[in-house]
Ligand binder design. Structure first.
Ligand code: 3H9
Length: 667
C-alpha cells in the first residue's frame, strides 16, 4: 500500500496521506510528501497543492515508534522547508486531529482549512518533548506569543473554532465536504500566492511565560519539557530571524530527546494503550451490554464509583443499609457535582441531568435488572460473601458481579455464587471519580466476555484499566505493602517521618509513606487498648494520634490540613526506639530508596513471574495512574531498568530479601 498518493483535480494537485491508524509521519510518508510536492511544483499546469489525509484523522504527529532508531528517508526539516518555500500555494485540509508534527506540517503549508470538529495542537510536552519541527517558532508567528506559549507548554489541543479565531486556520469547511471545500479554497488562494510562515513577524507579550510558570509550578514540578518549550517560545520572541530561533529549538529538542524523561513518557504513552489489550482472549469474544449499573455501598468509594457512571450517562441504582447513610452518600455526590458546576466545569442543568440518573435504594432487590453490579462495602470476606450470595439469588443471569475489594481473594468471593464466570474485581482508587486507574481482577473462572466487558466499561468511564490476577493486594497494593514495612523499620533505626517522606516527594511521588498513613488513618485496624503498645503505630494511637482525621498523626495538621513535622510524634518515635533498644544511626537518602523502592521493583518482578500482571508496562501504568508515580520516571519497572538490575539485586541481597529470578537474570 502506498502511504502517500497524488491526483490532479484541474489545476490543483491533491497530495493524499494514507498511513493508518493515525497518519503518523513515518519515513515513507515523508518520502511520499517530498515526491508529491516535487511533482506538483514541477508541473506547470498545477497552480496550487492541497494536502489532505484519508481515514480518521489528519497527520497526528511524528511516528513515535521511529524515535531512537537509525534515521531513514528524508528528514522532517527538509520536507518542511520544501513546503514552506514552495513557489505555489499549499493548503492543508484538516479533519480529526492535526497534532505535533502534523500541525507543524500544516504550519509549513501556506493556508489551512479545517472541518469544525477538528482539533489542533502540539502535545509533545506530554511525551517529554517539544514541537521540534519548527512548531515553537512558527506557532508564535501565526497565533501570537501568548497562545503559542499556552499550547506548547500545556499541550492541550484547541478546537477548529478557536483555531479560526486565533488565525491558526483561515477557513472552516463543511463537516462532510472537506475535499470539495479545500479545492475551492485552494483555487481562491492561487491569486494570493504562497504565504510562508517564516516570513511573518512574531507578535504578542512575552510576559505570558512567567505567568504560565507561576500558574503551573506545582503541576510541572520535576518536569523538564514545559520549561524547554517556554525557552523556545522566548527564543521566537527574541530572534527576528526564524533560523536563529530554530537553532535554539533544535538544541532544546535534542536535549529532551536524549534524556530519560522523554523516554519514560513515551514508554507510558504506549504502556497506557497496551494495557487495554487482554492476552489470550478468544478472537470471537463479544462484549456484554451495560445499560444499567448497581453500586452497593454509598460511602466514599461507592459514591465516587457511582459518579463515574452518572457522568457517562449510565443510570445507577445505589444501595445502602440505612436511610441516613444513603441520604448522606447521595448528598455528597450532589455536593461534589455542584462544586464542579460552581467552578464552571459543567452547567447546573447537567448536575440535575446526572442526579436524575441516580436511584437510591435500601434493598438489594432493586438491583435485579442491573447489567453490572459493583460492591463497595468494607473489607470483610464473610460480609462480602454474604452479599454475593444474595446477589446470586436476586440479579438476572448474565449480569457482571464485581467487587471493589482492594486486597481480598476474588475467587473466594466468586465461590459464594453459582456463577463464578460472572464475578471479577473492579478495584477503583480513591477518590474514585478522579483517579484514572482501574484494576480489573480476573478470577480463575471469570469468563472472557465478562473480563473484556469490565475493561471496556472502564475505558468508557474514562479510566485506564489494567488486568490483574488474584493475589493479596493485586498489583498496586501488593507492591505498596513492600515499602511500608521498611519505612517503619527506618524510623526505628533513626530516620524521621519527614526525612523518609521527603525522599519520596523529591522523587516525584505526591506523598511519602507516612503522609499516606496519616491520610488513611493510623487507627485503622488498631486494637483500641492504649495500655497495649507493641508497635510504633500502637504508641502513636495510644497518644491519641490517629492521623489527618484528628489533626495529629506522624505529623501535626492545622484546620486546613497543612502539615508540619511534629515534635510530639518524633518524641514518641524516639522513646519507642529507645525502649526497643534500637541504636540510632544516620540514614542516607540513598538507603531510603534502596530499602523502600527496590523491594517494590522486586515485587513487580515476582508479580510478573506469577502471571498476576500481563506485562511489565501494565505495572508501570498501575503506579503512574493509581499512586502518582511521576510519569517522567516511567513507573517502577521502567525506572528499575534505568537504575540497573545489578545495583538493585546486590542491594536487595544485602538486605536479605529474596530476589525474583527474572530480576536476577537481568543483573
Ligand atoms: C512529534 O510529532 C514530534 C515532532 O514535533 C517533531 C519531530 C522532529 N506515532 O491513541 P489511540 C498509535 S511527537 C506512532 O489508541 P485514538 C497508538 O500507539 C508526536 N503511533 O487512538 C495506537 O496503536 P495500537 C506528537 C501512534 O483514536 C494507535 O495509533 N503527537 C502515534 O484514541 C491508535 O492510537 C502526539 O503526541 C504516533 N504519533 O487517538 C499524538 N499516535 O493500536 C499522539 C498514535 O497499536 N496520539 N499511535 O495500540 C494521540 O494523541 C492519539 O493517538 C490520537 C488518536 C488523538 C491521534
Amino acid at each position: 500500500m502506498q502511504s502517500v498518493s497524488t491526483h490532479i483535480e484541474g489545476d490543483v494537485l491533491v497530495v493524499l496521506v494514507n498511513n493508518p491508524p493515525v497518519n503518523a509521519l513515518s519515513w515513507h510518508v515523508r518520502q511520499g510528501l517530498k515526491d508529491g510536492f516535487e511533482q506538483g511544483l514541477a508541473d506547470p499546469a498545477i497552480k496550487a497543492i492541497v494536502l489532505r489525509c484519508e481515514g480518521q484523522t489528519f497527520i497526528a504527529g511524528a511516528d513515535i515508534t521511529e524515535f531512537g532508531k537509525p534515521p531513514q528517508g528524508p528528514d522532517f526539516a527538509s520536507v518542511l522547508n520544501q513546503m514552506e518555500t514552495a513557489s505555489k500555494p499549499i493548503i492543508a485540509a484538516i479533519h480529526g486531529t492535526a497534532l505535533g508534527g502534523g500541525l507543524e506540517t500544516a504550519l509549513c503549508c501556506h493556508y489551512r482549512i479545517a472541518v469544525p470538529s477538528a482539533k489542533l495542537g502540539v502535545p509533545e510536552v506530554k511525551l517529554g518533548l517539544l514541537p521540534g519541527g519548527g512548531g515553537t517558532q512558527r506557532l508564535p508567528r501565526v497565533v501570537g506569543i501568548e497562545q503559542a506559549a499556552v499550547m506548547c507548554s500545556l499541550g492541550e489541543p484547541i478546537s477548529a473554532k478557536k483555531a479560526l479565531e486565533t488565525g491558526l486556520v483561515d477557513a472552516l469547511a463543511q463537516e462532510n465536504d472537506l475535499a470539495g471545500d479545500a479545492l475551492r479554497f485552494a483555487r481562491d488562494m492561487i491569486a494570493k500566492g504562497p504565504r510562508p510562515t517564516r516570513d511573518r513577524p512574531v507578535t504578542g507579550d512575552i510576559g505570558i511565560v512567567e505567568k504560565l510558570k507561576a500558574e503551573n509550578g506545582r503541576k510541572w514540578k520535576g518536569f523538564d519539557a514545559p520549561y524547554a518549550n517556554l525557552r523556545c517560545v522566548e527564543a521566537a520572541a527574541a530572534h527576528a530571524n526564524i533560523d536563529d530561533g530554530l537553532k535554539v529549538e533544535r538544541e532544546e529538542f535534542l536535549k529532551l530527546m536524549a534524556g530519560s524523561q522523554s523516554a519514560a513518557q513515551r514508554h507510558m504513552f504506549f504502556a497506557e494503550r497496551q494495557a487495554a489489550k487482554i492476552d489470550g482472549l478468544p478472537k470471537d469474544t463479544s462484549l456484554r451490554e451495560i445499560r444499567k449499573v448497581g453500586v452497593i455501598g454509598a460511602g466514599t468509594m461507592g459514591g465516587g464509583i457511582t459518579m463515574n457512571f452518572l457522568a457517562t450517562g449510565i443510570p445507577v441504582t445505589i444501595v445502602e443499609m440505612q436511610q441516613d447513610a444513603l441520604d448522606r452518600g447521595v448528598g455528597i455526590i450532589r455536593k461534589n457535582y455542584e462544586a464542579s458546576a460552581a467552578k464552571g466545569r459543567f452547567t447546573q442543568e447537567k448536575v440535575e441531568q446526572m442526579m436524575g440518573l441516580l436511584t437510591p435504594s435500601l434493598s438489594l432487590d432493586d438491583l435485579a435488572e442491573c447489567d453490572l453490579i459493583i460492591e463497595a462495602i468494607y473489607e470483610n470476606m464473610d460480609v462480602k460473601k454474604e452479599v454475593f450470595g444474595k446477589l446470586d439469588r436476586i440479579v438476572k443471569q448474565g449480569a457482571i458481579l464485581a467487587s471493589n475489594t482492594s486486597y481480598l481473594d476474588v475467587n473466594e468471593i466468586a465461590s459464594a455464587t453459582a456463577r463464578p464466570q460472572d464475578v471479577l474485581g473492579m478495584h477503583f482508587f480513591s477518590p474514585a471519580n478522579v483517579m484514572k486507574l482501574l484494576e480489573v481482577v480476573r478470577g480463575d473462572k471469570t469468563a472472557p466476555d465478562a473480563l473484556a466487558t469490565a475493561m471496556a466499561i472502564g475505558k468508557k468511564i474514562g479510566k485506564i484499566a489494567v488486568v490483574a490476577g488474584v493475589c493479596h493486594g493485586f498489583i498496586g497494593n501488593r507492591m505498596l505493602s513492600k515499602r511500608q514495612a521498611p519505612a517503619n523499620a527506618l524510623l526505628m533505626e533513626g530516620a524521621l517521618p519527614e526525612q523518609v517522606d521527603k525522599v519520596f516527594t523529591d522523587f516525584g511521588m505526591p506523598m511519602g509513606p507516612f503522609q499516606m498513613s496519616d491520610l488513611a488513618g493510623l487507627d485503622i485496624g488498631w486494637h483500641r487498648d492504649p495500655s497495649k503498645v507493641e508497635t510504633l503505630r500502637d504508641a502513636l494511637c495510644a497518644a491519641g494520634r490517629f492521623g489527618q482525621k484528628n489533626g495529629k498523626g506522624f505529623y501535626d495538621y492545622d484546620e486546613k490540613r497543612n502539615r508540619t513535622p511534629s515534635a510530639e510524634a518524633n518524641a514518641i518515635i524516639e522513646d519507642f526506639r529507645a525502649r526497643s533498644n534500637m541504636p540510632k544511626r544516620d540514614i542516607s537518602d540513598q538507603e531510603i530508596i534502596e530499602r523502600c523502592i527496590y523491594p517494590m521493583v522486586n515485587e513487580g518482578y515476582l508479580i510478573l513471574e506469577e502471571g498476576k500482571a500481563q506485562r511489565a508496562s501494565d505495572i508501570d501504568v498501575v503506579w503512574v495512574y493509581g499512586y502518582g508515580w511521576p510519569v517522567y520516571r516511567g513507573g517502577p519497572m521502567f525506572w528499575g531498568d534505568l537504575e540497573g538490575a545489578g545495583k538493585i539485586v546486590s542491594a536487595l541481597e544485602k538486605q536479605g530479601i529474596k530476589v525474583a529470578d527474572s530480576l536476577k537474570a537481568k543483573a
